[in-house]
Design a binder for this molecule. Sequence first.
Ligand code: KG4
Ligand code: ZN
Length: 331
Amino acid sequence: MLGIETSCDETAVAVVGEGRVLSSVIMGQSDIHRDFGGVVPELASREHGRVITRAIFVALQEAGIESPGRDLDAVAVTRGPGLAGALMVGVSAAKALSVAFDLPLVGVDHMEGHLYGCALEQPVELPALVLLISGGHTQMLAVDGPGEYRYLGGTIDDAAGEAFDKVARMLGLGFPGGPEIEKMALEGAGEQIAFPRAMSHKGLDLSFSGLKTAVLNHLKSTPTPNPPLVAASFQSAVVDVLVTKMSRALDETSYRSLCIGGGVGANQALREAISALAMRRGITAVIPAKRYCTDNGAMIAAAGAFRYGRGEIGGLDLGADPSLELVREAD
Ligand code: KG4
Ligand code: ZN
């Protein structure tokens, strides 16, 4: 299965065969967007368009695919959610491959892709609790069976990754903010600043906008702020809130297995806190390798293989859907 991902600012193409990653090419664009402090949609689409053919070529070559029509079973592509123009580049490339090599086309939900990033690590025992934490989404889902998702809770304002990116900007750090905050937090020894843990006493929903404002207020009201301490204290607040909610969701579901997906899942402090939570409860945590937490083509190929196995094949009318929803909040 070939997987193509262009929903945001990585042009990613991978070949996955029987759950094994045979190649995974990721062409990032942070250098292009850095000066703007965030992803500029038009620049993202143009860059995807510029490099997509090369990304596909390299992914096929590294996987040792000589004849795509013979060696691949299908082509999977992210059809949403994401930036419209960026998604369209991937979808068009996938259609071209499908026609040229007479391969079935499989449309994939980006968030289901993040979930299947876990399956690249090890099989996930179902039912499972899943935390999806990316730049645009923060949600907890119950996976009752293959493809059966229930929304348990999620952010009512900013996504966790978005909060990392915004706080990084306040601290004058680069983009994307998550890895920058993580690096700076390593130097932030000392007593932590008591940033708020919003909504931690009830329910499964989360909020990060109060935390973001608290960081801003702290920076404004402190004559000489200590950036590493701010970064470390902010990161602890995010990790605490996420772990508290996961813990509560486990109380409510009594699931014995949990997994995480999405770019924020690359955060070492969060990974350790979630492993510790699983250990305390004697349950299994599947935490994908960092390269499969941030956007990649392998997770799209893996999710595509699942959908393909169910006979879900798209036609040439397959469209990009920027606001595709894996599971509705109201469900
Ligand atoms: O899943 P992803 O690569 O793209 C989206 O689907 O959005 O997630 C990107 C987000 C960004 O907000 C980025 O700052 C955050 O994930 N991120 C991190 C780390 N690496 C990436 N956040 C915290 N710690 C990290 N190490
Ligand atoms: Zn993503």
